[in-house]
Design a protein around this ligand. Structure first.
Ligand code: 8GP
Length: 832
């Protein structure tokens, strides 16, 4: 403040010259730090503190190191002033921070040493941390993986989102039924965030729009009626093998300082306070539906709240060093993660036109250069629509702006399409219908310079179905960037034994930053020494998983069995039901075998986990079905260790870190054309689990990388799906299918009435997700997996080839593609 632009630049330069590394990382310094934090941060005596307190002190000591790098990085960004990427997402599924941070900082061994001298076990302390679950599923975890890659690859990037008080609900299972409990993850404080009380912005809602004359020009002016304060909470994200640490800035809502004078003067003191408190509810809770939108007022307010605060922050940063908005697109790239933040487009227009007084066409030109969007869904019904009345009431000026954008769009389209009113109405941002709505996706399509799909197949679906009209008009906008996951979390953190094996056989740790090198394992895919180490690694991980299963469910499982896993959100299209019906078939076969046949059965532990959206009845019935089948199978003496069924409750990121390394076979069963990409499959692939999958989403590209012979593909292909739906021969298609559905229907596992409607969903003619027509092929793929498992050398070879072929599915590759093809940003590596 008070300094002009040149002075500010000079000051930044000077500050940069003062930069140094202050915190030391030898065991003694780390011990001292931890004890200081025990004493002064946690306020416990250093002679008496428990594991949780030790974890808190440890976390604070790591946090100090993160902050140091974070400051240096931002000072350097400021000096260099590169084009920055701003990643706007309503959801980030970060999971735990401790182990990931310590590994990325490269000081895990030092910490482990320091702690053991103090009488603590690093791994035990790491288990004290709860998950940060500010997201639902794939989209949100992808955002977290991408933040890790952005930091590691030294990109000048920021993440922006919401700091929900309650993350995704905790799933508890009572008598086999899912119940939801609030996830109050901030109860014991959160050492990974830094509250920035001085970084806060007012976000306005409601009110009216009036006309004003300014410098002889008539302008529209928004007179809001409510103001809520957005306060920043910063979460440093360290890169691996670099000093860079970038920022994930999450906004929390606080009551505004602007007192509602009226209520105070009228003496309505209590109500005035209650109203102020209400403001905080905006960032209270994450919506737990991962696909359907509900057009709720609170949801719209959440979206605008974080978008408005983020844009104020971004524009302030820009104005710090620039005073001409022509330069904005050279300095700013805005990525919209799915359509949820797309109100940002209208907000940028409002700021540029109403506040910065640019003319409309100039402002629109700027907006079109800065925005890109990624779509994560396939189903058109997953695309958000906001009722016009709602938008007009919460954000009256934005509604006007959207109308104006739509008017320009329609004029442009009419010139090209002429009188094709059907097409015009499909492409319009406004949907006319019983409830008039804004189509958020169309708003994004009208403005963004790039529209990304998340796998090659997904882009095809977007081009030929979901956004066909737009694709025909603007083919150059449409791209795909196949998703990826970070090998730092999904190998280095979660599977240390595999990590050492890879480094040992490749003779380098360089693959942790450049995962393409992992292909070097192919050379040793038949080496007996590697096989021995590999099998041992699997066994150790299976032991850990078996212990976890026993603690949670009291089911004892045999380590010789094939651990067969399906973990992901429960959805009809993901077909957990197909899995369970397959298990019932297996059970039925075993029951009808004589002892000599049984000896040939490959023992299985079938593990299913995942949350159902609270209002999604069919998904909840699938969870219950899994439990009743488990109850019957697991105690059946005819079956013994040949088959065990386990439902893992409360699936989340840290559970995944435990389950994936211990998996032999993982299942990805979506009806072809329904999974945009899938990212779980990539984590399993990296960990050497074999994949049993449909030719859907990224599985198609995985098959290309590792060779279809190294996985178990089954089921209808995308282009066969429509005809199969037409034919509607689900039950006739497979007698075996009819039989297992009948078992459920007839109450073989109890709860006959309860499961009736579930069985109806796969009844002939109604089987939208084609369980019936894919069943025979599914069983064949399962049989092929059994045969492969019998030959352990062959299996191990396939497993090695899976890991070796996983290089393409690193989020590092994805992020480099985005940086080059969508964002136009370059690395900016802090030189210390
Ligand atoms: C998911 C897709 O279902 C999955 O195929 C993909 O791999 C992942 O996004 C990352 O691209 N979609 C969602 O999680 C999703 O749409 N969630 C939204 C509403 C919260």
């Amino acid at each position: 403040a008070g300094l002009n632009l040149g002075e500010r630049k000079a000051k930044a330069e000077k500050m940069f010259g003062l930069m140094d590394v202050f915190l030391k990382n030898d065991a003694v310094s780390l011990q001292k730090d931890i004890l200081d934090h025990v004493e002064f941060t946690v306020a416990r005596s250093r002679f008496n503190f428990d594991d949780f307190e030790a974890y808190q002190a440890l976390a604070h000591s790591v946090r100090d190191r993160l902050i140091e790098r974070w400051h240096d990085t931002h000072q350097y960004f400021k000096k260099k002033d590169p084009k920055r990427l701003y990643f706007l997402s309503l959801e980030f599924l970060m999971g735990r921070s401790l182990t990931n941070s310590v590994i990325n900082l490269g000081i895990q061994d030092q910490y482990a040493d320091a702690l053991s001298q103090l009488g603590f076990d690093y791994e035990v302390l790491a288990e004290q941390e709860g998950d940060a679950a500010l997201g639902n599923g794939g989209l949100a975890r992808l955002a977290a993986c991408q933040m890790d890659s952005l930091a590691t690859l030294d990109y000048p990037a920021w993440g922006y989102g919401l700091r929900y008080q309650y993350g995704l609900f905790r799933q508890i299972i009572v008598d086999g039924f899912q119940h939801e409990q609030p996830d109050f993850w901030l109860n014991f404080g959160n050492p990974w965030e830094i509250e920035r009380v001085h970084v806060s912005y007012p976000v306005k809602f409601y009110g009216t729009v009036e006309e004003e004359v300014l410098n002889g020009k008539t302008c529209r002016v928004w007179i809001p009626a409510e103001s809520v304060e957005a306060v920043a909470y910063d979460n440093p994200i360290p890169g691996y093998g670099t000093r860079n640490a970038i920022n994930l800035r999450l906004w929390a809502a606080k009551p505004s300082d602007q007192y509602d004078m009226e209520s105070y003067t009228t003496g309505d003191y209590i109500n005035a306070i209650v109203n102020r408190q209400k403001a905080e509810t905006i960032s209270n809770v994450l919506y737990p539906d991962d696909r359907s939108y509900q057009g709720k007022e609170l949801r719209l307010k959440q979206q605008y709240f974080f978008v408005s605060a983020s844009l104020q922050d971004i524009i302030r940063r820009f104005k710090d060093l620039h005073n001409n908005f022509d330069e904005f697109p050279e300095k700013v790239a805005l990525q919209i993660n799915d359509t949820h933040p797309s109100i940002a487009i209208a907000e940028v227009m409002r700021v540029l036109v109403d506040e910065e007084h640019l003319d409309w066409s100039k402002a629109w030109g700027i907006a079109c250069k800065i925005f890109s969007v990624t779509i994560h869904a396939v189903q058109p019904e997953a695309l958000e629509k906001v009722p016009i009345d709602l938008l007009g009431s919460v954000l009256p000026r934005h509604l006007e702006i959207i109308y104006e954008i739509n008017y320009c769009l329609m004029e442009e389209l009419k010139k090209i399409l002429g009188q094709d009113y059907d097409k015009l109405s499909r492409m319009s941002i406004i949907e006319e219908g019983a409830v008039k709505c804004i189509r958020m996706a169309n708003l994004s399509l009208a403005c963004c310079h790039t529209v990304n799909g998340v796998s090659r197949l997904h882009l095809e679906t977007l081009k030929t179905r979901v956004f066909k009209d737009f694709y025909e008009l603007w083919p150059q906008k449409f791209q795909f960037k196949t998703n990826g996951v970070t090998q730092r979390r999904w190998i280095v953190v979660s599977n240390p034994s595999l990590c050492s094996i890879i480094s040992k056989w490749l003779g380098t740790e360089a693959w942790i930053r450049n995962v393409d090198l992992i292909a070097g394992l192919r050379e040793y895919a038949e080496d007996p020494d590697l096989h021995a180490e590999w099998k041992n690694m699997k066994k150790v991980n299976k032991m850990r998983l078996a212990e976890y299963i026993e603690t949670l469910t009291s089911v004892k499982v045999s380590l010789d069995a094939m651990f067969d896993v399906q973990i992901k959100r429960i959805h009809e299209y993901k077909r957990q039901l197909l899995n369970i019906l397959g298990i019932i078939h297996r059970y039925d076969c075993i029951k009808n075998m004589d002892e000599s046949d049984k000896r040939r059965v490959v023992p299985r532990v079938c593990i299913i986990g995942g949350k159902a959206a609270p209002g999604y009845e069919v998904a909840k019935k699938i969870i219950k079905l899994c439990h009743v089948v488990a109850d019957k199978v697991n105690i059946d003496p005819d079956v013994g260790d040949l088959l065990k069924v386990v439902f893992i409750p409360d699936y989340n990121v840290s559970v995944a870190e435990l389950v994936i390394p211990g998996t032999d076979l993982s299942q990805h069963l979506s009806t072809a054309g329904h999974e945009a990409s899938g990212t779980g499959c990539m984590k399993f692939l990296m960990n050497g689990s074999l994949l049993l999958a449909t030719a859907d989403g990224s599985a198609v590209e995985i098959a290309e990388e590792i060779g279809a012979a190294n996985m178990f593909l089954f089921g209808a292909k995308v282009d066969e799906v429509p005809a199969l739906r037409e034919k509607g021969t689900s039950l006739k298609g497979s007698l075996q299918f009819a039989r297992v559905v009948r078992m459920v229907r007839d109450g073989h596992f109890g709860f006959k009435d309860y499961f009736k409607s579930l069985c109806d969903t796969v009844e002939e003619g109604k089987d939208f997700y084609l369980l019936g027509s894919d069943f025979a092929s599914y069983l064949e793929a399962q049989a092929a997996a059994d045969r492969a498992f019998v030959d352990q050398e062959k299996w191990t070879q396939m497993s090695i080839l899976s890991t070796a072929g996983s290089g393409k599915f690193s989020s590092d590759r994805t992020i480099e593609e985005y940086a080059e093809q969508s964002w136009g940003i370059e690395p900016c590596k802090c030189p210390f």
